[in-house]
Write a protein that binds this ligand. Structure first.
Ligand code: NDP
Length: 293
């Protein structure tokens, strides 16, 4: 069996095209451009690259971006004041604080200060709490989990009753992905470092989502034949062909698993492009002052 390669780049492009089209129509009716504020504390190179991609995508789609950079030794009070100001600014519909924040900053406190209606990353405790309650819809669902759901649905028409295993329980990927798939009536098992017999549990999965940050950890022997595998990991490792260079790898052994799974996301070009597309979709939704789901 050779797996279908799930083309996240193409699916993300379709979403972005729709967003650009809607923003064009909004412009024709004199409605304000959606505005996204990005906040970076410090000069971490990976964070700078992620933010540059987000800002470039905003420009391509007609979203106004407002970037704010604070020094690495910025104080909690300074960042809190900035968030309060952004909450009050009517030109700014979405606020994104690039994570991770430096150790002197209380990340939870900062994310809790963002107005839930502008929380396009979906990390505010109110939005996280509403995601965990079946009877409430959050203003925003975190971008990577939303993107994962769309990728899964591009292959599996109805995930109700499917056996899903998510490896990873972080607040930004693993846990909200598990909650979102559960809301869509999958039967979800969440795994982490303390999980016993991880390969055996993974082999139960119709849909296996891997978000650990550990290059090529999941082997083909962990995958049930015909399963759908979503690889969220982004790992930069030395290039075996030229150790002076680096390559990007996922958390799964793609070359082996492609012969066992029915579908798999590549790295790069799978989940990554979806995360940015959903951020844009959430920002447009914030400008509409509607709940996106
Ligand atoms: P975190 O480090 O916050 O969480 C990793 C999770 O994986 C933890 O729950 C941890 O368990 C679990 N884990 C780690 N090693 C093992 C192991 N050997 N066995 C079982 N579980 C393990 O990472 P994130 O969730 O933020 O990110 C995960 C990956 O996804 C990273 O590679 C990151 O770069 C990537 N990512 C990709 C995005 C995209 O758009 N494609 C967006 C965001 C992240 P425990 O809780 O017990 O410590």
């Amino acid at each position: 069996m050779t797996a279908t390669i799930i083309d996240g780049k193409a699916i993300a492009k379709r979403i972005k095209d729709e967003i650009a089209e809607e923003i064009k129509v909004r412009n024709q009716f004199g409605m304000p451009a959606p505005g996204l504020a990005t906040v970076l504390v410090g000069d971490d190179p990976a964070s700078q690259i992620y933010l540059r991609n987000k800002i470039r995508t905003c420009e391509q789609l007609g979203i106004r971006s407002f970037s704010y950079t604070l020094p690495a030794d910025a104080e909690q009070a300074e960042l809190e004041q900035l968030i309060r100001t952004l909450n009050e600014n009517p030109e700014i519909h979405g606020i994104l604080v690039q994570l991770p924040l430096p150790p002197q900053i209380d990340e939870y406190q900062i994310l809790s200060l963002i107005a839930p209606q502008k929380d396009v990353d979906g990390f505010h405790p109110i939005n996280a709490g509403m995601l965990s309650r079946k009877e409430s819809d959050p203003w925003f669902i975190p971008c990577t989990p939303s993107g994962i759901l769309i990728l899964v649905q591009s292959i599996v028409s109805d995930i109700a009753g499917k056996e899903v295993v998510v490896i990873g329980r972080s607040s930004i990927v693993g846990m909200p992905t598990a909650q979102l798939l559960c809301r869509n009536n999958a039967t979800v098992t969440i795994c982490h470092r303390q999980t016993q017999e991880l390969p055996k549990i993974c082999r139960r999965a119709d849909i296996l989502v891997v978000a650990v940050g550990n290059s090529r950890m999941v082997k083909s022997s962990w995958v049930k034949p015909g399963a759908v595998v979503i690889d969220v990991g982004i790992n930069r490792i030395p290039d075996p062909a030229d150790p002076s260079k680096t390559i990007l790898t996922g958390d799964t052994d793609f070359d082996e698993i492609v012969n066992v799974a029915s579908a798999i996301t590549p790295v790069p070009g799978g989940v990554g492009p979806m995360t940015i597309a959903i951020l844009m979709r959430n920002t447009l939704a914030a400008a509409r002052r509607e709940k996106p789901l």
